[in-house]
Ligand binder design. Structure first.
Ligand SMILES: NC(=O)c1ccc[n+]([C@@H]2O[C@H](COP(=O)([O-])OP(=O)(O)OC[C@H]3O[C@@H](n4cnc5c(N)ncnc54)[C@H](OP(=O)(O)O)[C@@H]3O)[C@@H](O)[C@H]2O)c1
Length: 506
């Protein structure tokens, strides 16, 4: 008997449903090789060890997919489950649209933030893997929740946990006694479904686990550092996140994901040195946006000094693209000073120079205008702007950290795309489903708030970043770069429907 929703499907979808229903098991060749990873997952969940949970989950997901001839999807293990009106979400599969397919699984319950029980967690992971296999191996046009699907899920679970076959019942089933599973689309996951992402890391190709290293991350509670910390945890590395406020919500989120949160102000060389002791690498950055460029220079230099004193083997400093081009922009020139200091220290280093973040467009400077239907940039309509998705910074930094010899003592500027304002507006309108028109904004209000930022926009117009995006993308395809449309598709545009309290800050 098909589930009730079968009647509401088109004839074509009903045919797919019937094919899915007819396949009741899946045999994984060489499954015994995965049993140690299953045991590791059980132990990691018992210990609430986020990094080990991620490592074991990657190994299981990649192992099952490869054994069955599918490229593994990207896998993200998130902290606390999102809660809907009636239930909490356990897992989610987003098939490939422009980017790679993605599985998301949450490791803690929404209500008490407790680590999810082993069986439930593994069943959820396998459930999402099965959606992937439906599309990639069985060649189904859509992946429906059918009786056959749940039998395949059970057969997979029992191959991975053979002792469960001997035990009564199957309490870990994602289907449960009450009906359908708590995953996103009860009527099926289609290839054409738009992928949505909540910060993401890695790509299918990257699932092969690298040798784990310990990385200290400055700014882990912020935009770039947060993305880097999450990526490294997902890749199975140990992360020490440096913050002045270990009690903040952002620090708690990192801790829940498995980071070792350490209190260290970048102005305090001794505290940073202590936090770095024994770490293999240090991802460092400083910001001018709290206490100005002099503080940024001081903190950046002190962070680098601490790396040398702690004997860190690889210092990766996040600067800005073109900082070495004497731009005359105060917060670029400040980074040039820090870079000069880093080069003189004798610590093996890599300087990464990101261009303008795509995320700026949904931040305080631009979101109010976007809500009013305009993308207001202080640039002429014909002037392209190079941009980068923060996720791409993290992925590139991940590549650099995992291949230190290749990047030793190098400076690499990075960008994901280059578009004019009207081109961006067209994509934003198309993807968000709202009116978005480009408007060339005056520089005067920017200048009143910050002469530094006004100078930057002038330079964007008169000179501009010079990253060879095509070459970069060709050279490092493993980063899975986001072009602007791909990035835009991954954003939650409902932010444009609510009035926000954001005010620009300089
Ligand atoms: N936005 C762009 O388009 C763009 C492009 C290229 C480069 N950049 C550069 O990126 C940097 C900003 O990065 P972001 O946006 O990731 O920063 P962010 O989101 O504003 O976060 C700042 C981070 O720095 C930490 N921090 C600040 N002062 C600290 C101190 N004294 N000691 C220890 N930690 C400190 C904060 O941690 P706690 O508060 O937890 O201590 C927080 O994690 C700037 O230098 C900017 O020029 C920006």
């Amino acid at each position: 008997m098909p589930f009730a929703y079968y009647q509401r499907l088109s004839r074509r979808a009903q045919a797919v449903y019937r094919r899915s229903d007819a396949i009741t098991s899946v045999a994984v060749p060489g499954v015994a090789a995965l049993h140690p990873h299953v045991a590791a997952l059980r132990a990691a969940l018992d210990a609430g060890d986020g990094a080990a949970i991620a490592r074991a989950s990657f190994a299981i997901c990649a192992g099952v997919c490869r054994a069955l001839g599918a490229a593994p999807p990207r896998l993200e293990i998130h902290a606390v489950r999102p809660r809907g009106a009636t239930h909490e979400l356990h897992g989610l599969y987003a098939p490939a649209v422009d980017g790679p397919p993605v599985i998301r699984v949450w490791m803690r319950t929404a209500r008490h933030a407790r680590v999810v029980a082993f069986r439930t967690f593994l069943r959820t992971l396998l459930h999402e893997v099965l959606h992937h296999l439906d599309l990639e191996v069985l060649g189904l046009e859509a992946s429906f929740h059918t009786e056959g699907f749940f039998k395949r899920e059970s057969s997979l679970f029992h191959q991975l946990v053979p002792e469960a076959t001997r035990e009564a019942g199957d309490p870990g089933s994602t289907r449960g006694a009450a009906g359908p599973p708590r995953t996103r689309d009860l009527r099926g996951t289609r290839r054409a479904a738009p992928a949505t992402a909540i910060g993401s890391v890695g790509s299918g190709k990257e699932v092969a686990m690298p040798k784990p290293i310990t990385v200290a991350v400055a700014g882990g509670t912020g935009t770039q550092g947060g993305a880097v910390a999450r990526l490294l945890l997902q890749r199975g590395h140990a992360v020490r996140a440096l913050t002045r406020r270990p009690g903040s919500a952002a620090a708690a989120e990192l801790r829940a994901l498995g980071a070792d949160v350490r209190q260290a102000d970048l102005d305090d060389v001794e505290a940073v040195r202590r936090a770095l002791a024994g770490a293999d690498a240090f991802f460092a950055m400083a910001t001018p946006y709290e206490a100005g460029v002099d503080a940024e220079i001081r903190q950046g230099r002190r962070a680098a000094d601490a790396a040398r004193e702690a004997g860190v083997k690889h210092l990766v400093y996040s600067s800005v693209a073109s900082a070495d081009q004497e731009t005359g922009i105060p917060h670029f020139d400040s980074k040039a000073e820090i870079e000069a200091h880093v080069r003189e220290l004798g610590v093996p280093y890599t300087i990464v120079g990101p261009v303008f973040f795509m995320e700026n467009l949904i931040g305080p400077w631009f979101v109010a205008e976007l809500r009013a239907g305009t993308l207001a940039l202080p640039l002429p309509p014909s002037r392209p702007l190079q941009m980068i998705a923060v996720e791409d910074i993290a992925r590139f930094v991940g590549v650099v950290l995992e291949r230190p010899d290749e990047f030793r003592d190098r400076r690499v500027d990075i960008a994901s795309d280059s578009l004019t304002g009207p081109e961006m507006a067209r994509i934003l309108a198309e993807v968000s489903g709202r009116d978005v028109d480009f408007v060339q904004a005056s520089l005067d209000p920017v200048r009143r708030r910050s002469t530094d930022l006004a100078r930057m926009w002038e330079w964007f117009d008169q000179v501009g970043y010079g990253v060879d995006v095509e070459r970069l993308v060709r050279t490092y395809p493993e980063v899975g770069w986001h072009d602007f449309r791909h990035w835009a598709r991954e954003q939650d545009w409902s932010i444009l429907d609510v009035a926000g309290p954001e005010q620009p800050t300089a």
